[in-house]
Design a protein around this ligand. Sequence first.
Ligand SMILES: Cc1ncc(COP(=O)(O)O)c(C=O)c1O
Ligand SMILES: [Zn+2]
Length: 428
Amino acid sequence: MSAAVTGLTCSVCGTHVGIDSPFSWKCPNASDGDRKHVLRFDVPIEAFRPTDDVNPFLAYRSYLAVDAFGAAIGLEDAMRASIIRELDDAVKAAHGVGFTRTPMHRADELSEALGFTADGGIWIKDETHNVAGSHKARHLFTELVHLVMAERAGMTPWTSVDDRPVLAIASCGNAAIAASTLAAAVKWPIAVHVPTATAPSLIETLESLNADIRVCPRLDSDPAGDPCVLRFREAVAAGAIPFGVQGTENAWCLDGGQTIGWEILKEIGHRVDRIFIQVGGGAFASSVASAMRLVGTHPKLHAVQAEGCAPLARAWEHAMSSGGTRDAGARWTECMWAWESEPHSLADGILDDETYDWIGILDGMSDTDGSPVVASEDNVVRAFEMAHSHTDIDVSPTGSSGLAGLLQIRDAIGNDERIVVVFSGVAR
Ligand SMILES: Cc1ncc(COP(=O)(O)O)c(C=O)c1O
Ligand SMILES: [Zn+2]
């Protein structure tokens, strides 16, 4: 099995990082004062021949950057596969669910209700039964594999598991649960930075996973920005490992996220016309875009945001008028800045005021003749209602918000088109 990914390159400043560098979370030019950098994996064109394993990290292993990293630091093929298996077994043993290919089915009732013909329709990729109840654990798993591979190769500053530095994340939702779930499975300590208004039910879940919960009120001395992110960065500066789902803080989340795109494409590949992906921080859609690029299949990619917080659609417009929507990374300040008004939507998991991983999404939409879609709040609500009345998936409003994008532009879609939406998280 050959390792495909050859390195990482910053989409903003062009700095190259070797694939054999451990802990290559961020562009070397990123700093606390300048987070406008994001590394992207360099992938040579290659035939796409995944193996047939129910575990996506094994099925697509040779296309994962983390496998190329493991090979570059001297781990044999069998050792790399066994690290993935071992970690998956630990997740399964601790939580009863491991990583397996998630189901994707044509939603017949929903397709009919929305006027699609028998030849077209809506296929739902169901992530609600994935590890920790959302797609987020896929992103985090490659960060964990990276760490364990570095340990196995003797490249970490710590030599015993008892001396492992703490993992850190800033999140008040599915990412926090997924990160704590993986950390608990391998008994790696984790600090979760959450806002003061965090729901008691989430706190309870995180407590049950033994996370060190750090509630982060805004301090008088704080600069602008989310205090959870500020405290998270302080923890990382003090030696913690960034273990979140924003490519700007840890690019390796963009690796595992690709598995969801590959599973979709493997299942219906050339027969899909459009994919709608809901966008918060953007790691999810950016990963799906790079998965499609690697396979060379080009359904139109639509990145969906709610009208109450839509910085990505704004970036698309500004990129278009400032030199084009492709390769817009060097134009970050002209294109992407925080949403000014208080973000709001029933789909509260996609209210990141800035789309950190916007560059890869713009490239993906440009390559596929896709476009951003801003869903009205009515359509966010209607998508959630239709998901529950026309499917038996217990999805959250955030998880069904890609469908809101489809509702928003239904009139522009042919009745025989084949559409994929991802129900990305379970209702809690
Ligand atoms: C269920 C669910 N879907 C989609 C998203 C959006 O993912 P991203 O922040 O990577 O854009 C989130 C983020 O929290 C989520 O929890
Ligand atoms: Zn850079």
